[in-house]
Design a protein around this ligand. Sequence first.
Ligand code: 26A
Length: 347
Amino acid sequence: MASKGNFELLCLENPLLDIQGVGDEKLLEKYGLKANDAILAEEKHLGLYDDLIKNYKAVLIAGGAAQNSARGAQYILPADSTVYIGCIGRDKYGEHLEEICAQAGVKTAYRYDEETPTGRCGVVITGHNRSLCTDLAAANKYQLDHLKQPEVWKLVENAKFLYVGGYHLTVCVPAILALAEEAAAKDKLFILNLSAPFIPQFFKDQLDQVLPYVDILIGNETEAGAYAESHRLFSKDVKEVAKSIVQLPKKNSKKPRTVVFTQGTDPTVSVVAKDSGDFEIKETPVHAIGQELINDTNGAGDAFAGGFLAGIVRGKPLETAIDMGQWLARLSIQQLGPSYPFPKQTY
Ligand code: 26A
């Protein structure tokens, strides 16, 4: 392994600060939240953040799904391998995110919105469930103009692996498509995460616009189910959903499409489209840990994506990359929120 990377992995999404507390039924009920879900905050949710801080001893931790994955990938990769892009405000929360990324060795190229505060995500932990309620604020102000600034676009041109969190489909599709086009034109890998069930459910058109460019799609079983429902597939079975997605039209015909669906502690399913029109379907087992070792599951999926991305960047076979994702997820669920242990462990 080289001692230094060349920022070959570039990630785009919504930088958020997580306000995480251990909640209860009463709190979930008060704000109409499901125990295990991810939603965009509406007016009625805006009291949640102060409530968590004042009444539930909430702590502030770095969040934003793809930002967590970028930190996760960099945890494994050699120094200077990862760049992260998104929009924050000029405030304390934004500064905090900059510090955390710098500590993790992730290079950031943030857009700053002068008028809007940095986005926050309320995280209500109940047992092994987590409910995420996001007030995007500045994260919602990302613009294609920023990506096209010469010093930022240079980072895009330099990168070989472009990763977008599906949550960004709610924010700036033109920026996602610019990365997607760059990947297709130069035969780079374009990787997308479905992120949450509400993305295939309520942002179906945006997702369908981007899917033709996707070389690798990452998701979990509930997102696969939501995709099946909104696309009226005949089955919600993860393998069937994956098969249906790998067959969709593809801009870059030089690379087959791969779909990877995690399923909690059940084996991770991967499906690769083969030239013959056939599929290569694999199941990679999860090395489960004792329930008593789990701190919280906030960021588990992001850690999986981070470990998986590191494997892909390092040119590992698909099953090894999946195992690296499982390895990092296992480390992260033993930490508070979307974090990784120090001193560093090695895969
Ligand atoms: C657009 N939305 C809803 C979001 C998010 C999000 N990251 C980006 N966009 N909603 C929750 N998250 C992040 O997901 C992580 C856990 O997987 C949270 O900040 C949390 O760190």
